[in-house]
Write a protein of this length. Structure first.
Lengths: 338, 190
């Protein structure tokens, strides 16, 4: 029987409507310690015990009490079962509460004819009783065994269920472990990729910084473009002398920073031991700076700070011995027009 | 009402306590015995057996399994059904059908002198709860309870499917439990 069936049989048990097999099954179940069925039974037993209150009361004969009180005085005092009481194979319907009370032999009252046959019956009865008692005892034992078996069955079922659950959990655990390994592998891969990406990023950064450095090496064109964007810049054109008719140049002056830029094109390369020198001529020539012109170079830039640019009337570039001279000594190559 | 303490005194061999126990329970138990056996003499005989058994075995009463009244009622009912079965086995035809039995009991309608107001209220509540059940449920419960018939025997007797009989008993008991729960929850039934 399933637990649900057993539970459903509780009200029937209390009403006394179960047959012996069903009763034994439920009792075995109760003995196995099912708290919910036990509690339900207690409620239904309480209902069952109330039912006679719904009957119209009938008072017992007045003499009954005296008979009982007297009979009780004759009855054995010990509050234990007398050894002659027959045992019983199972509980009676609705007797869960007092199952320790086996019934006494039915029909206590003896009529005279019964009394007359008593002596004969006693001999037969004693023998019969002993045999019956053994049978009854066996029945009790059988009943107990059945109860124990039922209980054992129930426990085995529970154990099997627990085993199943443990198995399921172990399986789930193994799955989780596998998943964890997989995740760890993935994480390791991701880490490797990250390291690779970082290396790539570092490379890129290096390349980028190289590029940036490369870009900071300004070409004359870049510089010129920048200079042309400076507001209020002053420009002075220089033209080639007879020494270098194709040569030309110009000066740009930023009054704010007092910087002078010289651009020159098509100047001949400096011979060994010589250098070009730029002069600002007011009353007398004043050296601004020197620069070299190498083979194959057509453009050159010179940047110098010249505080008195505005005072100068003429600018010139001459070829001088290396290191330059305080006054121009060599031939002029570029001259301003002023 | 019967306090568990009264049974404790009976356990110790207190005769006065036993006398009180009888006074408080005999009408209920006799009514029950008459209802089951349909016979006053046999009911009186049964009560003699029951009270002697109580006197001898009262120490085995376990308050955890039910109230003293529940214990006495269950014991009396069980012994009465035993007698009914033994009688049937001897071929004795019971004279009480359900209707005859009910009619035969209407002998003493008044409350017993020892009945308290709470007892009366409980008696009325139980009567009303039983009367409130559908006739079919009442009948099935009474056949099981007072005549000791199993659900299969009731089904045969009423010519109804076993499932129907089981359902009637379950529903009926369940309604009675719900309707009367407050009486034992509040400790009225003792």
């Amino acid at each position: 029987m399933t637990h649900e069936e057993l539970e459903e049989s509780v009200p029937l048990y209390a009403a006394g409507a179960l047959d012996r097999t069903e009763r034994q099954a439920l009792e075995a179940h109760l003995l196995s310690g099912c708290a919910s069925c036990h509690s339900a039974l207690k409620d239904y037993q309480s209902v069952a015990a109330l039912l006679p209150l719904g009957l119209s009361p009938t008072s017992p004969p007045r003499s009954l009490k005296a008979t009982i009180m007297a009979g009780r005085n004759l009855a054995p005092i010990p509050a234990e079962a007398t050894p002659t009481e027959p045992a019983r194979p199972s509980l009676e319907p609705g007797e869960w509460m007092d199952h320790l009370f086996p019934p006494v032999a039915p029909a206590r009252s003896l009529s005279l004819p019964w009394a007359l046959g008593l002596a004969t019956l006693l001999i037969v009865g004693v023998g019969g009783y002993l045999a019956w008692k053994i049978t009854a005892q066996r029945a009790v034992d059988t009943s107990k065994i059945q109860q124990l078996e039922a209980s054992l069955q129930e426990k085995s079922t529970m154990l099997a269920a627990v085993h199943r659950e443990v198995g399921d959990q172990a399986k789930a655990l193994a799955e989780l472990r596998n998943e964890m390994h997989q995740r760890m592998n993935e994480a390791a891969e991701a880490k490797e990729q990250l390291a690779q990406r970082e290396a790539e990023l570092e490379d890129t950064r290096v390349q980028l910084s190289r590029q940036v450095r490369a870009r900071t090496v300004r070409t004359p064109q870049d510089e010129l473009a920048t200079l042309l964007r400076i507001p209020n810049v002053k420009a002075v054109a220089l033209t080639g002398s007879d020494m270098a008719k194709r040569a030309a140049g110009f000066l740009l002056y930023d009054s704010q920073t007092q910087n002078v830029w010289l651009y020159s094109v098509n100047l001949p390369e400096c011979r060994a031991g010589t250098t070009y020198q730029l002069w600002a001529i007011h009353d007398k020539p004043m050296s601004i700076g020197t620069f070299q012109m190498d083979r194959g170079v057509t453009t050159h830039l010179l940047v110098k700070k010249v505080p008195s640019f505005a005072d100068a009337k003429t600018f010139a570039v001459s070829l001088e011995p290396s290191g330059g001279r305080p006054q121009p000594t060599g031939p002029m190559y570029l001259l301003s027009r002023s | 009402m019967i306090e568990p303490a009264l049974l404790d005194r009976v356990v110790k061999g207190d005769q006065q306590a036993f006398s009180q126990l009888y006074d408080h329970s005999s009408t209920l138990l006799f009514t029950l015995a008459v209802r089951i056996l349909g016979n006053h003499e046999e009911a009186a005989e049964l009560l003699q057996d029951v009270y002697l058994e109580v006197w001898r075995k009262v120490s085995r009463y376990d308050v955890g399994r039910g109230t003293p009244v529940a214990w006495l009622v269950t014991l009396t009912k069980s012994r009465a059904i035993d007698r009914l079965r033994a009688r049937a086995a001897r071929g004795y035809r019971a004279t009480n059908s359900l209707e005859e039995g009910t009619a035969a009991q209407v002998v003493d309608l008044g409350p017993s002198p020892l009945e308290t107001q709470a007892d009366q209220e409980l008696r009325i509540a139980v009567g009303a709860a039983v009367a409130g059940l559908p006739q079919a449920q009442q009948q099935a419960i009474q056949l099981a309870y007072y005549e000791g018939l199993s659900h299969a025997e009731i089904a045969t007797r009423l010519n109804q499917p076993i499932g129907t009989v089981k359902t009637r008993i379950k529903l009926g008991m369940s309604k009675l439990r719900d309707g009367l729960r407050e009486w034992w929850n509040h400790g009225e039934l003792r």
